[in-house]
Design a protein around this ligand. Sequence first.
Ligand SMILES: Nc1ncnc2c1ncn2[C@@H]1O[C@H](COP(=O)(O)OP(=O)(O)OP(=O)(O)O)[C@@H](O)[C@H]1O
Ligand SMILES: O=P(O)(O)OC[C@H]1O[C@H](OP(=O)(O)OP(=O)(O)O)[C@H](O)[C@@H]1O
Length: 207
Amino acid sequence: MTKPVVALTKGRVEKQFIQFLEERGFDVAPLLDKGRKLQVETEQFFAFFAKGIDVATYVEHGIADLGIVGEDILLEVQPDVFDLLPLPFGQCRFAVAGEPDSNKALGKQKIATKYPNITTDYFRKQGKSVDIVKLEGSVELAPLLGLADDIVDIVETGNTLKENGLVVKEEMFSISARCIANRNSLKLKKAILYPFIEAFRVEEVIK
Ligand SMILES: Nc1ncnc2c1ncn2[C@@H]1O[C@H](COP(=O)(O)OP(=O)(O)OP(=O)(O)O)[C@@H](O)[C@H]1O
Ligand SMILES: O=P(O)(O)OC[C@H]1O[C@H](OP(=O)(O)OP(=O)(O)O)[C@H](O)[C@@H]1O
């Protein structure tokens, strides 16, 4: 019987996932000692490391059976994968933020974000149409430099907003990291995936 193939989001999520696995008695040494290698094998699974958006693609195409990815990616890209369960890390929230006294009276609100689909959907549900400026990071700069009126972004501690003189204007919703699965793998590799998924289950985070 072969092992599951797991696609892991590099960086922040990877670190928290490794700690999560360690607490559950998994063999994490190969993940910690990987150096610049992008694929490793542990006692329990094969892993490879990619950007979150690519983790979703690899799982959708069946290259990975499981993926560990931020819910922001799933909401933005809506990949055709099975969203199995929430994980107890990567917890943060989406918010509209901007300069404290910048309420736009006339014209369309201009919003800078890494998440154009989430943003459009959020404002559409409020019956509002906004102009979106897509950025890839350091989104907080946009209102400060006059590129946009406000931003839609992830807030965790609030430090990035605070240190740049911005405030939350509207709380949107909370997210966490998620374990996703390829739809066929779930049917065809049940025997190897289910024990693995069971080990990931954390009562307090199941919605
Ligand atoms: N401040 C944060 N607190 C908690 N989770 C976060 C925070 N920022 C991002 N995340 C989550 O972690 C995931 C990965 O974020 P990370 O910043 O490591 O990569 P990224 O946003 O793709 O940037 P990079 O281009 O540097 O790889 C995001 O998809 C999101 O789910
Ligand atoms: O509320 P905080 O704890 O300060 O976290 C929020 C920040 O974290 C994320 O940025 P990230 O570090 O991923 O950098 P980025 O700007 O390149 O996306 C997010 O886009 C915010 O900028």
